[in-house]
Design a protein around this ligand. Structure first.
Ligand code: C2E
Ligand code: MG
Ligand code: MG
Length: 642
């Protein structure tokens, strides 16, 4: 009885659809996509040869060259998909750089197939693999094929186990399912030789990989057709884990968010489209060696393998060149402010977390300079180190009691003496030296250590206030900073009052500084209000810190039970600007009209002091009087001036 071709034809249909859909879904660039396409195309070709061979067999053809060509072609092509499958696992783990490094691994990967290839090509002379003289018959060496397949499958399984950390569980499972599906198909074909389901099994396996592993919609951004944020994060995480060195060209469009906010979505998309076009053009000129990602809000990344370092440098230069010019969009001149940073990872940015935080907002922290910037321009190497080790630094500082509290005197204009001080956290790390409290507080808020640090500062302050030396200084109260995370904690009020009671500190002796950010995090408003109310009832007063830096929400200022407003240094610094002088004058007047007391922060010169004293600000804090001082020096400072 002749063999049925129905399964082969069905396989051919599925494979054709897969190939067409790869092209339609634009999945033709990137190693993994290309590999999948090659894999599917070879399976398609093998199916064609299988159909040809079976058709000849069914017709009892005696055309020996045709029979040899068809069967040999089928076996050579079909078995070539086995090493391709093995290469696919390398792509999934993105470990090509490891394979590239070792000649022997590459040799071992090619060898089994090359042996099989040689045996098949010479088969017409040896007849060891199969014979076609009296119908197709397997030869005595035919099991070599199974041996070669087994070698590659063992490689794949070993690779998956070894690099399991780099793989996503569900994708790996689907990828591996190709093997049992193939095995079942082979077994069915052994039991029922007329049912040719082998190619059909292969096609189903590829269909599963296409649906479950190659999911472009999951990783491709629909606005730009570049890979998405999650794809970038995954790829970079993997690079750090498996020691792959890459150059990352980071492009943040400085004013994309404001263009979007002011001109609307459609216009922002026009700007975006133009940038996308430029990036495509540049990458094309550089041989498409960069993997391009679009994160969001005008932030792009182009990742180059370190082998293409020169191209990365060129790409960064070309980006600045092509985007720095003003563009005419719908008769509007738009500057795009391309902030471009070229970073070598992991050399310059040592860990993944650092890379992601660094990339979020460097364009907000830097001045726009129309040139490519480097990590070292922006980031102190030490700072990079500190950022990546900050959790450990904080834990050790808590464990070995390395934190200290410094005090910066605050001068009362009315009383003509120092009436209070701000408590400021200090850390001198044995490895990194002084670490800014802003870095510590930001990191500690994320890790949760902020509550222990906050307790430490408050206890230290309370201990000081309850001491006899404090009473002699004439200081009325100490200002203690509360971070946003502390304000949002349900038990803040009880905790603060508990510590103060333990040291018998009267509630008027503490003033808590909160920031506008805390005050405006509306989702936690209730907890914050409850905390403030409880503390206020107990007699604790509040200052609103950093006034003038955020979007000073006047309504909140009025609603909150704050007694003091602290004008931020950045607001105060600008007093030479005539417009700013008017704003400052009126701000101070307005705040005084609603009975707020005002502290001016960051006063460094006599001139600044005079300006704000004239405006009738109540308190002055700044280097003009003193930097923050360790407790003994603070005591001495006040004693001398008493
Ligand atoms: P802040 O609360 O606004 O503190 C004022 C900052 O301005 C302090 O920086 C102080 O040293 C600095 N400063 C004061 N006068 C001058 C001046 O004349 N010129 C200049 N250039 N700077 C001046 P510092 O100590 O580095 O603290 C930075 C921020 O870290 C603080 O800003 C506060 O937000 C936070 N912080 C400090 N200690 C603590 C703490 O114990 N807990 C919490 N949650 N945050 C803290
Ligand atoms: Mg403060
Ligand atoms: Mg402040």
């Amino acid at each position: 009885m002749g063999k049925s071709l129905s399964f082969d034809i069905a396989a051919l249909l599925i494979l054709t659809i897969l190939i067409v859909s790869c092209i339609l879904r634009k999945m033709t660039s990137g190693t993994q996509n290309r590999l999948f396409l090659v894999f599917t195309s070879f399976t398609w070709l093998a199916t064609v040869f299988d159909i040809w061979a079976v058709a000849l067999d069914n017709a009892n053809s005696t055309n020996l060259p045709a029979l040899y060509a068809a069967h040999c072609g089928y076996l050579i092509i079909h078995n070539f998909t086995v090493p391709l499958y093995a290469l696919f696992v390398i792509s999934l783990t993105d470990t090509w750089h490891k394979i590239r490094k070792s000649f022997w691994i590459r040799f071992a990967l090619c060898m089994p197939y090359l042996v099989l290839f040689a045996t098949l090509v010479t088969n017409p002379l040896t007849n060891k693999m199969f014979t076609v003289d009296s119908g197709y018959q397997r030869g005595e060496w035919f099991s070599l094929i199974y041996a070669v397949i087994a070698v590659y499958m063992i490689f794949v399984l070993g690779y998956v186990i070894y690099y399991r950390e780099l793989l996503e569980f569900s994708k790996t499972l689907i990828f591996l399912s190709y093997m049992p599906i193939g095995l079942i198909a082979v077994m069915i074909q052994m039991l029922y030789p007329t049912m040719l389901v082998e190619m059909y099994g292969g096609a189903i396996g590829l269909l599963l990989i296409s649906i479950g592993v190659q999911r472009p919609e999951q990783i491709i951004d629909s606005d730009t057709q570049f890979l998405k944020y999650s794809a970038y994060a995954n790829a970079m995480k993997r690079n750090y884990r498996n020691g792959k060195n890459v150059d990352v060209v980071m492009l943040n469009l400085g004013n994309f968010s404001s263009v979007h906010a002011m001109m609307g979505y459609d216009f922002a998309m026009l700007v975006l489209e133009d940038v996308v076009e430029q990036i495509r053009r540049i990458n094309r000129l550089l041989g498409n060696k960069g993997e391009v990602y679009y994160l969001d809000r005008g932030r792009f990344r182009i990742v180059f393998n370190e082998r293409h370092h020169d191209r990365a440098v060129k790409a960064a230069d070309m980006l600045v060149e092509s985007l720095k010019e003003k563009m005419d969009f719908n008769d509007l001149d738009i500057t795009r402010q391309p902030f471009v940073v070229l970073a070598r990872c992991p050399e310059e940015i040592t860990d993944f977390k650092m890379l992601m935080t660094f990339g979020t907002d460097f364009h907000e922290k830097l001045k726009y300079e129309r040139r490519v910037m480097h990590v070292e321009d922006i980031f102190h190497k030490d700072l990079v180190q500190i950022h990546s080790n900050i959790d450990k630094i904080i834990e050790e500082a808590l464990e070995f009691k390395r934190f200290q509290v410094y005090y910066q005197p605050i001068y009362s204009v009315e009383k003509g003496r120092f009436v209070s001080a701000e408590a400021l956290l200090r850390l001198f790390d044995p490895t990194y030296g002084f670490i800014s409290p802003e870095i510590i507080v930001t990191a500690a808020e994320k890790s949760g250590a902020i509550h222990r640090i906050g307790d430490y500062v408050l206890e230290e302050v309370c201990r000081f206030i309850s001491s006899s030396e404090f009473r002699a200084l004439g200081v009325e109260y100490i200002e203690v900073n509360l971070s946003v995370a502390q304000c949002m904690r349900g038990n803040l009020a009880d905790n603060v009052l508990g510590i103060m009671a333990r040291y018998r500190v009267p509630t008027e002796a503490i003033n808590l500084e909160i920031t506008e950010t805390a005050a405006s995090a509306s989702h936690m408003q209730e907890i914050l209000e409850e905390n403030l109310r409880k503390l206020e009832q107990a007699g604790v007063s509040f200052s609103l810190d950093d006034y003038g830096t955020g979007y000073s929400n006047i309504k909140r200022v009025i609603q909150m039970p704050v007694k003091i407003i602290k004008l931020d240094k950045s607001f105060v610094d600008d007093q030479h600007n005539p417009k700013m002088r008017v704003v400052l004058k009126n701000t101070v007047a307005m705040l005084k009209d609603i009975n707020m007391e005002i502290v001016v922060e960051g006063i460094e010169t006599q001139e600044m002091l005079d300006f704000f004293t004239e405006l009738k600000c109540d308190f002055i804090q700044g280097y003009f009087f003193s930097k923050p001082l360790p407790k003994p020096e603070f005591i001495r400072f006040l004693e001398v001036r008493a």
